[in-house]
Write a protein that binds this ligand. Structure first.
Ligand code: SF4
Ligand code: SF4
Length: 375
């Protein structure tokens, strides 16, 4: 044993042993969902063996730009983020909420379409994703009306978070206080990846139960120091948002000429709201069967950028892109404070990367609120 080994910590998993984590999770009844390369991006999909992980992959991101490069390293989590966080797995893009059946006597019978989901272990969840999950929880689980579809999935998940060893060009989580280091709770296990293996710690009793079944050994102080250095390096981000509450500032700028400028650039495509891990707007539709005996009530993701989203009593209230972009930005960064006591942005940068015309909210805020937000 080397001299710098702290023998009180059994918290190191050698890379060749990573499969044991997947095996133990599956043995405990979890379906594992982790990062994989699909359609030239990193997405969360079902996973059962380490060969499916994006080994050596690094993402290069910029406004309207995302590419993957195989660096040839052995790391599984050296990429930063793909177009998804946990949102599509907990708040489904489209789902039947309830259905109604007519019996032979013409009586209607309503029933929930939400089943009891299997437990899912998410592997590779980032700090900003945890912050976004906390915001989704505030929206769907708090207050007088709890969303039972979201709740039933949320209660079954096991989260394996990963500290970011690097940041993408579009990340600004350090300025919003949501990353790149996982702080506080919200996870069951936390990984810090090094070339040869992982420092792994538990954040819950469920995590403890999995941890004791892994072939761990003691980590060294040198390994902890390397993790610390990589985290410091990941904090050096090119973009930022002001750390102050922008509510008053943004809401006093509703007639700023920059909104007209945005109207010229924004396509109202809704990509930004689809990839945003905290956007929760949706619409609901009824889908009657052709036999007149059944009907399904369906919830689908919606967006500030659709005309239907502001349709009320025969009028589309936000009838141009200027109003729609303004609604998105002022809700996300300003009035969200009134609703959820914090900004709705966790600094993941996805809306910048996946905007087809590269609109960058940090730049828009800098112009609209004055000053330079790219500190
Ligand atoms: S607004 Fe953009 S940067 Fe902020 S959480 Fe949503 S996608 Fe991420
Ligand atoms: S800001 Fe970009 S991603 Fe969002 S609606 Fe406009 S063009 Fe689409």
């Amino acid at each position: 044993m080397s001299q710098d080994t702290d023998q009180t910590r059994l918290d190191y998993l050698d890379r060749p042993q990573f499969q044991s984590l997947l095996d133990v999770l599956q043995d405990a009844g979890f379906r594992c969902v982790g990062p994989q390369v699909s359609d030239h991006a990193i997405v969360f999909e079902e996973i059962s063996y380490v060969g499916q992980l994006p080994t050596g992959m690094v993402d290069r991101q910029g406004p309207g730009r995302y590419t993957l490069k195989d660096t040839g390293t052995g790391r599984f989590f050296y990429w930063v983020s793909g177009p998804q966080a946990l949102k599509p797995h907990l708040f489904l893009p489209r789902e039947v909420l309830w259905q109604v059946d007519r019996d032979d006597d013409g009586k209607l019978h309503f029933s929930s379409a939400c089943g009891q989901p299997q437990g899912v272990a998410f592997i590779g969840v980032r700090s900003c994703d945890l912050a976004a999950l906390d915001l989704l929880d505030r929206h769907f689980l708090q207050g007088d009306y709890v969303d039972s579809a979201y709740q039933s999935r949320r209660q079954q998940i096991f989260i394996i978070a990963v500290n970011c060893a690097r940041s993408a060009e579009t990340c600004f989580c350090h300025s919003t206080g949501d990353g790149p280091q996982v702080r506080g709770g919200g996870y069951d296990l936390l990984l810090s990846e090094l070339d040869e293996g992982f420092i792994i710690t538990s954040g819950s009793s469920k995590g403890d139960e999995i941890l004791v079944r892994l072939p761990l050994r003691a980590s060294t102080n040198q390994q902890h120091e390397q993790v610390r250095q990589e985290l410091v390096s990941a904090e050096q981000q090119q973009r930022s948002l002001p750390s102050t509450d922008l509510n008053e500032k943004l809401m006093s700028q509703l007639e700023h000429p920059r909104w007209d400028d945005l109207q010229e650039r924004c396509l109202s495509c809704g990509n930004c709201t689809a990839v945003c891990p905290t956007c929760f707007c949706h619409s609901e539709i009824d889908h009657p069967g052709l036999n007149g005996m059944t009907s399904e009530h369906i919830r689908e993701w919606d967006s500030c950028f659709t005309s239907g989203h502001s349709y009320i009593h025969g009028h589309v209230l936000r009838d141009d892109t200027r109003k729609r972009y303004r609604q998105w930005l002022t809700h996300k960064l300003a009035t969200w404070h009134d609703q959820y006591q914090r900004s709705g942005c966790v600094g993941c940068g996805r809306c910048i990367t996946w905007c087809p015309v590269g609109i960058d909210l940090t730049e828009e805020v800098a112009v609209i609120c004055g000053g330079d937000a790219h500190g």
